[in-house]
Design a protein around this ligand. Structure first.
Ligand code: GLC
Length: 539
């Protein structure tokens, strides 16, 4: 039951995982090539970001055919093969579903914009201008940079505006139209029939908009995202977390239940943080929602991190199952975020990556690993003329999202073993030492640490299902227990750069640690700078 509570998910950004046909962009056959690596690593579920037909304005999050594979990535047969190969290795596969919007090149939109009275005229959100010609309201595009960009784009043919919460090439679908909804469910059916084990629903909190289309309120408090763009100045409640959206999610859930044990994961973004994740994941809705709030607030401040995870733990309690993520294709890499502004050497960086990994894989909730995190990949410098991310262009001179989407580093060769030709985004110059081949050989590498953590989760039910309790500890130290029936595990993380004494008041045996050997005794000892250690204290 609820296999996804025990599973570790691994996100693949298909453009950047492995390029099989050597055109500079990753593809489905490339992923098949690397499945043995994923099964060696010990992940349970592979999540693929979009590989559907798309003009690639937002690199696949702008879909022009929900039921086909873009030739850049391969064919539908390649996809079927990928599903089989994943299942053959005892893993599962989930894929993205992007139903807030389509591409403006989708035949539905092309028809919709052709006139005001065509059969699909109402499939998108069209509004008349204000009497002075202005857009119907003040909603802004979530891809705005420093300056707000309207979420409305003028169409000279219909003499109306259409809504696009993201880029102007991504018109929002009208979920209030029954035909649209029917098509969406048809597309889900298409992929479920091909054997996928679940979906990640993109921008799922935005499906229904406030039918009054009133202006959004502006607020000074509004949540600060990593990118601090103009979108943070407006409240999101006119289009995020509407009650109709929750009802639609319940319908999705009922539909997926008819296929048995599938998993549904919502990308929920709002200015209401945790609260909305919970609302979207209480029984009968999504199984999981990404805890983006946690990811964005994660720092090396032990007190704050304890507060964050303790909040999630208490708030979700028995009501819903939390999830954790350190990074994804929309955010800077975890090492960069944690060490921002610090002077750190390679060794400290490695320890900090292990600290984050230990946290991710031992707190109570389902963990998601972003490709490359397991080898300690960092943000890659992308010069202005190489920026391709539409939001990145708006954010410039600040970093956009390209920096975390660069090719996976398989080895130290020219193109890092990703491709034989120059890839679509530059490869990080640290590829010489940060790569799979190197790290596989090094018992103290981040990669082998991840692998051991994954093994540990598999062999200790307390780490997957056990209750979590935080224990007061010296400054900079996070200490919590995970326990279930007779199994009790203590996790100690030193978020600071000086050793701290910790007395467990019971003898324990080290299960895994960045500084200690497996099986060593732990009782009253110094926890070293940036050390992580997992200790068995079962009686
Ligand atoms: C989600 C995706 C992001 C994409 C956006 C629009 O936030 O994670 O990459 O740009 O939706 O589809």
């Amino acid at each position: 039951m609820d296999w996804w509570k025990d599973a570790v998910f691994y996100q693949i950004y298909p453009r950047s995982f492995k390029d099989h046909n050597n055109d500079g962009v990753g593809d489905l056959k490339g992923i098949v090539e690397k499945l043995d690596y994923l099964s060696w690593l010990g992940v349970d579920v592979v999540w693929l970001s979009p590989f559907f037909k798309s003009p690639m304005e937002d690199f696949g999050y702008d879909i022009s055919d929900y039921k086909d594979v873009d030739p850049l990535f391969g064919t539908i047969n390649d996809f079927d093969e990928l599903v089989d190969e994943i299942h053959r290795r005892g893993m599962k596969i989930i894929i993205d579903q992007v139903y807030n919007h389509t591409s403006d090149k989708h035949p539905w939109f092309i028809e919709s914009k052709s006139s005001r009275n065509n059969p699909k005229a109402d499939w998108y959100i069209w509004k008349d201008p204000k009497p002075n010609g202005d857009p119907p309201n003040n909603w802004i595009s979530l891809f705005s940079g420093e300056n707000p960009q309207s979420a409305w784009e003028w169409d000279d043919n219909r003499k109306q505006y259409y809504l696009h919460l993201f880029g102007k090439e991504q018109p929002d679908l009208n979920w209030r139209n029954g035909e649209v909804k029917r098509k969406i469910f048809e597309s889900m059916k298409f992929w479920l029939d091909r054997g996928v084990d679940g979906f990640r629903f993109d921008a799922a909190s935005h499906y229904y908009k406030d039918p009054s289309f009133q202006d959004a309120l502006k607020g000074p408090q509004v949540k600060k995202t990593l990118f601090h763009s103009a979108r943070d100045e407006y409240y999101w409640d006119r289009f995020s977390g509407r009650p109709e959206t929750l009802l639609a999610v319940e319908e999705i859930k009922r539909f997926m239940n008819s296929y048995g044990d599938k998993v549904s994961i919502g990308e929920i973004t709002s200015d209401m943080g945790l609260c909305l994740y919970l609302i979207f994941t209480i029984s009968g809705r999504f199984d999981l929602a990404f805890n983006i709030d946690f990811m964005e607030k994660l720092s090396l401040n032990a007190k704050k991190v304890r507060e964050l995870s303790e909040n999630v733990n208490t708030f979700f309690g028995e009501r819903a199952w939390p999830s954790y993520v350190l990074g994804n294709h929309d955010n800077y890499r975890i090492i960069n975020r944690l060490t921002n502004g610090m002077k750190v050497g390679e060794n400290e960086k490695k320890l900090i990556a292990k600290l984050a990994a230990t946290l991710l894989l031992t707190v109570r909730g389902t963990p998601f690993v972003y490709y490359g995190e397991e080898i300690g990949m960092e943000d890659t410098e992308v010069p202005y003329d190489k920026i391709v991310d539409p939001w990145g262009k708006a954010l410039w001179p600040r970093k956009g999202r390209d920096v975390c989407r660069t090719p996976m580093q398989w080895n130290g060769e020219k193109h890092a073993g990703f491709s034989e030709v120059t890839p679509w985004l530059p490869i990080n110059s640290n590829k010489a030492h940060v790569n799979v081949e190197n790290e596989k050989k090094d018992p103290r590498s981040i990669l082998n640490f991840y692998r051991s953590l994954l093994k540990l989760r598999k062999s200790h039910v307390a780490l997957r299902r056990g209750a979590m309790h935080f224990i007061d500890a010296p400054d900079d130290i996070i200490c919590y227990t995970r326990n279930i029936s007779k199994e009790k595990i203590v996790v100690l993380l030193n978020f600071g750069s000086v050793p701290k004494r910790v007395n467990l008041s019971t003898h324990g045996k080290v299960l895994l640690g960045s500084h200690r050997g497996i099986g060593e005794d732990f009782y009253d000892q110094d926890v070293e700078p940036f050390e992580s250690v997992v200790i068995d204290v079962s009686k």
